[in-house]
Ligand binder design. Structure first.
Ligand code: GDP
Length: 311
């Protein structure tokens, strides 16, 4: 990828896409193209075709997707499978037809079996049943991986697929119903602190374990892999370290400065018991995360306060 190559980042306003744009700019890439949802509806195959025929990007980061936390996935599975299948089908096919040099597809750690051995190696894909709360989303992402590999096999396309662990950081979704656990808890603990609430309710038992990667580390990994990795086999991106949801809640309470009590709502689903990625493959290539969880939480809390106060 040359510094003046034409690079399209799909989903540039989201958590992942915005971090990729920041990293490309930091590395002095000068020809980045983006489209807002209003300018280009990726669900519309005709609009996507026209965009690729006119713009002819050389490199594509496909970071546009319907995403959400456990409750959103569990409540709107049809939207999650349909929209992700359509967006990735439109973009991958038009990228092939317009002769894109390389494309990076964003998957997710939820594509792995619910009870996969830990830490999860790339080769565990499709070795067992999925977690029920997000199987529709996961199936769409698995289809996306398969499509990248099929276009590689049949047409020689350089389409790579990366599997990030749970992400957090600026531009995350902090809405109470749709968000993932980390932004949900930052907001809930912040609001409890502001209103002097004696308790904060957290979903599930607190026992599940999750790995959290700051999205700036993900952005750096994605650009690094775009520059160096030309293999259709999937590659994990994570820290290789995890915490229980209880530990996460306590860390967030401390970050926010909330001193009340945590109450567990066991009627809410726990989801998969653990999903910690094996990151030895990306470590062997020379990439490692740099932002510890405590530091990432602190900066994300500052971002949250600034953007929500100004909104
Ligand atoms: P998952 O990794 O796909 O399960 O997605 P989430 O980030 O939504 O949930 C991770 C874990 O955090 C699950 O065990 C949830 O039950 C738990 N959790 C605790 N409180 C919350 C909350 O307020 N919102 C969300 N989304 N999850 C929560």
């Amino acid at each position: 990828m040359e510094k003046n190559s034409k690079i399209y980042v799909a989903g540039h306003r989201g958590l992942v896409g915005s971090s990729i744009v920041r990293e490309l700019e930091r590395k002095r890439y000068t020809n980045i193209i983006v489209r807002t949802h209003d300018e280009l509806d990726l669900l519309d195959p005709i609009a996507v075709r026209a965009f690729f025929e006119t713009e002819r990007p050389e490199y594509v980061f496909l970071a546009a997707a319907r995403v959400g936390g456990i409750m959103a996935n569990n409540t709107y599975p049809a939207d999650f499978i349909r929209e992700n299948l359509i967006v990735q089908t439109n973009v991958l096919h038009e990228a092939y037809k317009s002769g894109v040099k390389k494309l990076l597809f964003l998957g997710s750690s939820c594509i792995y079996p619910k009870l996969a051995p830990q830490p999860i190696k790339e080769e565990y894909l499709m070795t067992g049943p999925l977690e029920e709360t997000n199987s529709a989303y996961a199936m769409a992402k698995i289809a996306g991986i398969e499509m990248c590999q099929a276009y590689h096999r049949q047409y020689g396309c350089n389409f790579i697929s990366v599997m990030p662990t749970n992400l957090y950081g600026p531009n995350d979704n902090f809405s109470p119903e749709r968000s993932h656990v980390l932004p949900a808890l930052i907001r809930r603990f912040h609001e409890a602190k502001m209103s002097d609430a004696p308790t904060v309710t957290v979903w599930g038992t607190g026992a599940p374990k999750r790995e959290f990667l700051h999205v700036d580390d993900l952005g750096s990994a994605c650009v690094f892999l775009m520059e160096t990795y030309d293999d259709p086999s999937i590659i994990n991106i994570g820290t290789g370290e995890d915490v229980t949801i209880r530990e996460l809640a306590e860390l967030i309470a401390a970050t926010v400065g909330y001193n009340g009590k945590i109450v567990w709502d066991k009627t809410k689903p726990d989801g998969t018991p653990q999903k910690k990625l094996d990151v030895s493959k990306i470590h062997a290539l020379g990439w490692k995360h740099t932002i510890p969880l405590e530091q990432g939480l602190a900066s994300t809390y500052v971002w949250f306060k600034n953007s929500f106060n100004s909104a």
